[in-house]
Design a protein around this ligand. Sequence first.
Ligand SMILES: Nc1ncnc2c1ncn2[C@@H]1O[C@H](COP(=O)(O)OP(=O)(O)OP(=O)(O)O)[C@@H](O)[C@H]1O
Ligand SMILES: [Mg+2]
Length: 602
Amino acid sequence: MSFGIRGTAILGISLLVFLIVSLTLAVHLSTTTHLVVRHAAEKSTMQAQQIFSGSTRVMARAQRGRLGGALRSNRELRALLDASIGYSPHLVYAMIADRSNTVLMHSQRSYEGTKAPSRPRIEQLQEMSALRQLAVLAGQPQIFETILPLSLNDRPFGAIRLGLAGSLLWRELSPAVRQSLLLAGLAFPLAWVAAYIFSNLVIVSLRQIAQGVDRMTHGEFDTAFASDRDDEVGQIAAKLTLLGRQVQEDRSSLISEKAKLEGIVHRLEDAIILLNSEQAIIFANPAAETLLAHPLVDAVGQSLAQILGEAHPLVEAAMESFQQQHQPVRNRSIQLGGYHNPPLDILASIFPVLDRDRIVGGMILLKNTEPLRQIQSIVDYSRKLADLGKLTSGVAHEIKNPLNAMIIHLELLKQKLNDPPDSVTRSLEFLGGEVHRLDRIVQGFLRFVRPQTLELRPLNLNSLLREIVRLTETQGTQTGVTFVFRLDDTIPPINGDHEMLRQAFLNLVLNACQAMPNGGTITLATDHTIDGVIRAHVIDGGTGIPADDLDKIFRLYYTTKPDGNGIGLSLVYRIVQMHGGRIDVDSRVGRGTTMTVAFPIT
Ligand SMILES: Nc1ncnc2c1ncn2[C@@H]1O[C@H](COP(=O)(O)OP(=O)(O)OP(=O)(O)O)[C@@H](O)[C@H]1O
Ligand SMILES: [Mg+2]
């Protein structure tokens, strides 16, 4: 049987208070009873002694054989006997009896000459315990006697006997007993009320805590356990609030981690499918749906065989892995036909998930080999292009030799033809000019196709730009060009080939100078974006590039300059590309051009 906290508190406190009150009252009652009985006994003894001294005087004067008469007729003695009854609230009689219990003198004369019955002595009552005394006094009315023996000529003669009524003693005690019982009776309900109020105070707080815990079980972990109490209950409430906050924080971070993880898994190009022990789907990412061309993300609970069919190669592979007990299937090449035309080659890996040698599920990883195949074909193609580059540079070299021979022979021809006619001279000069143009083209081509390898080292872009200005300053000042730096000192070093990047930025700065034939300012700037990309800008206030020409300027041999080769920007483009970076142009005719080179995060 359970009373609950309130019931137990009320019962416990009430019983305790009742016990304490009862014990206190019992002690009080026993002390009072003892005192009343002792006081009555002592008083009656004193009265008996007064009668004793009066009667011994009378007995000493009286003649032998007439003692009874002498005692009875003595007025003084009789007054003493009457007074003792009148003054004492408990005494009901006083008498003098001889050895044979014959009453010689009695406060009620009618008893004189009769036999006095024997009564219990007051000392017997005194010797009893308080409880027994109370029981005896409250029970049948009884008379207790205080007896003082009398002697005559040193021989026992009789006794003075004073009768104390038990009922009169009880009458004196009964108000105290009633009061005590009333108090004990009141103590219990009072204690009950006090315990009820006290337990309510505790229970209200406990209830608030229980409601808070309830809210927590429903996911409201930011619940504040409001308690203005400064005791243990208050401390528990504060600790629970703290606990809730911690759980809430942990939960939030768990949710965000889960979301991140889900985001990653959802964006993965590889397919992931999680199965339970019955090969039913627990989870599948969108890539799995795309690869298998079946709705899997929302097919949680359905078995793989149900969705794909028993004969599907993936289902067979999964079955094999599950049946072969614990053996993962790795990189099995599977061809997905039907919905994929042409059929798609994928690599499937199946890993059983074990719990103490028992399969509780499995994880399927599917990799589309198509992008790999495409990369492979690009690599093959690049290799072929590189071979072709070697071949064409070989051919260009071969062209250079006959061109040199043609130049030499043209000079010889000029010398041999002494004073040729004007038309021949013009033709010879035209031939010479064209041969030189061809030579420049071949040399530019050779520079462009020459196979180059990168020597990457940490490189500070700011220092590189300062170096470029040192190289071009003299040339710039001749045409009235000045340089301004706007460099970000916080940019980290990039991984670059110093020689190549110097060549690239030199070309950009030279183009900028050439775009300002009447002088002006070239600004060289560096900065980095929030996502860590490091950028260098070459800004001029020159002629600018018409919008229609913007997509031509990086083409090989594109030039608008009379003595230009059209190779500079093509080289810049190639070098930037080799560094994994990109180049952007922002230009307005008549206002100037900004070339921005961006390098990836290292
Ligand atoms: N800063 C610039 N301002 C205006 N036009 C420019 C600028 N930079 C390049 N161009 C245009 O782009 C063309 C191609 O530039 P590119 O550097 O490739 O060749 P080029 O300067 O003409 O010859 P070279 O091979 O000697 O450098 C230029 O002829 C010019 O028309
Ligand atoms: Mg140029």
